[in-house]
Structure formats: C-alpha cells, structure tokens
Write a protein that binds this ligand. Structure first.
Ligand code: PEP
Length: 250
C-alpha cells in the first residue's frame, strides 16, 4: 500500500497579507521532483483564507482551515463552518488540534462532530491526537491516544481522512520523541484505526507526525514506518523552512 505523503503547514494565529508572499515562494520552490513525491498544503488564519486560496491555487499548493464549527451555518458568532472554508478554496481542515482542545475545551465528541462536518462539506479532516508530558511520563501515551482515536473519528469515516499524531509536549518546544517512540505510536495508531474503520481503510489513512518538525530533523522523522507526512507549525511560516521540511521526500 503506497500512501502519498502530505506535508501540512499550520500557521496558527500568525500571518498578515504580506505573508502571502511566502506561499508564492513555496510554490516556486515546490518543483516537479517534489510534486511527484508529496502533497503540500498550507493552513493560514481565517482572515487570509480567501486570498490565500487564490495564491495557493496558482502556486499548486493545497489550502486548509485550522478549525471549523460542526454546523453548516447559523448563530455562532466568530465561528466558521466547513462549507465556508470550502467556499474559500480549502480542501482540508485541521480539527482537534491540542491548542483547540486546551484553549477551547474541545472534547473528542466535539472533534468527531467537526470531522463529520468537514466530510459533509467535501473537506478532508486532519484529526489531531496526542498525549501530554505527564501522560507520557505515567506510561499512558498509548491509552490516551487510543481513546482519542476512538472518540474523534466518525464511525463511517472514509479512508481519505488524515490523522496527525502530535505529542502536546513536542509542539513548539523543540523537543521530539525518539524515532522508536514515533514508530511505536504510529504502528499503534494504525491498528486502532483498523479496529474502528477496518483493515482496507486503515491501510490507506495517512498518519502525520507533528511536533517541532524542522528541516534538520525531518528526514529522520519522516522515514519512520507509518509516518505518512508531517503537520508543521513554526517551520511552516517561511517558504525556506517549509520546503526544507518537505524536501525530506526528494
Ligand atoms: C502544530 O502546532 O501543529 C505544530 C506541530 O507546531 P510546531 O511544529 O511549531 O511544533
């Protein structure tokens, strides 16, 4: 089973109109050799979605949102629906990022509803899971991530959904798990997805690693078995670093 790698950039609450030049530069550096090997998408803040959609389309990159509401529309001040993201040019949306889970109290049930909303709108959800440092230190990492997968995946999800394993303690800290720990978690996640969706679908689901991926460690992390790409935060803000990460697939 060959799964086409995906490298997704999560800009979080960063980026002004001037930052769109970085997407143009990403497109220029995303040469044929790299295009043949990996999909690249950028997930800018909501304010830039429509403009970034046009720039990303010209640059040959995909576009993703960072979150969506479960409802298609209505009285939800400040929220954005999956349908709105689709209309702005998105084909992906991140759901259940640990910063959403911690800052906004999102539960697995909320994440599952958002993932279902993404599918309803014709978007691919990137469903984030990952343990905290105390949970890993207590030996509970697999249990926690297994429960998040069980609770966050819609029951009848198709195989084009994406899972992102992001240990919370590795996000934005410069710390990463060992390659053995990444391999163990991704193999476990694959089994858990199989238990939920069946073997055929599970073999096709892309499982990304996220947490302090940068050009200097991307090759080591992205060649681990069952790692089908990366969700990249800080290193996705500039074309130089983002293409540096993706270049692990050259
Ligand atoms: C993220 O927020 O999804 C992330 C992986 O961030 P960073 O790469 O900065 O650790």
């Amino acid at each position: 089973m060959t799964r086409r790698p995906l490298v997704a950039g999560n800009w979080k609450m960063n980026g002004l109109r001037a930052s769109l030049a970085e997407i143009e530069a990403m497109g220029a550096a995303y040469d044929d050799a790299l295009r043949a090997r990996a999909d690249l998408i950028v997930c800018p803040p909501a304010t830039l979605m429509a403009l970034a959609g046009d720039v990303a389309a010209r640059a040959g990159l995909g576009l993703g949102g960072q979150d969506c509401h479960a409802a298609p529309g209505g009285a939800h001040t400040g929220d954005i629906s999956a349908e709105m993201l689709k209309d702005a040019g998105a084909s992906y949306v991140i759901v259940g990022h640990s910063e959403r889970r911690s800052d906004h109290g999102e539960t697995d049930g909320d994440v599952r509803a958002k993932a279902a909303a993404a599918l309803r709108a014709g978007l691919t959800p990137i469903i984030c899971v990952g343990e905290t440092r105390p949970e890993r230190d207590a030996g509970d990492a697999l249990t926690v991530v297994g429960a998040q997968i069980d609770g966050s995946l819609p029951a009848d999800a198709p195989s084009h959904i994406v899972i992102a394993y992001e240990p919370v303690w590795a996000i934005g800290t410069g710390l990463t798990p060992t390659v053995d720990d990444v391999a163990a978690m991704h193999a476990f996640a694959r089994e858990r997805i199989e238990a939920r969706l069946g073997r055929g679908k599970s073999a096709e689901v892309r499982i990304l690693y996220g947490g302090s991926v940068k050009p200097s460690n991307a090759r080591e992390l992205l060649r681990v078995a069952n790692v089908d790409g990366a969700l990249v935060g800080g290193a996705s803000l500039t074309a130089k670093d983002f293409i540096g990460v993706a270049s692990a697939y050259r």
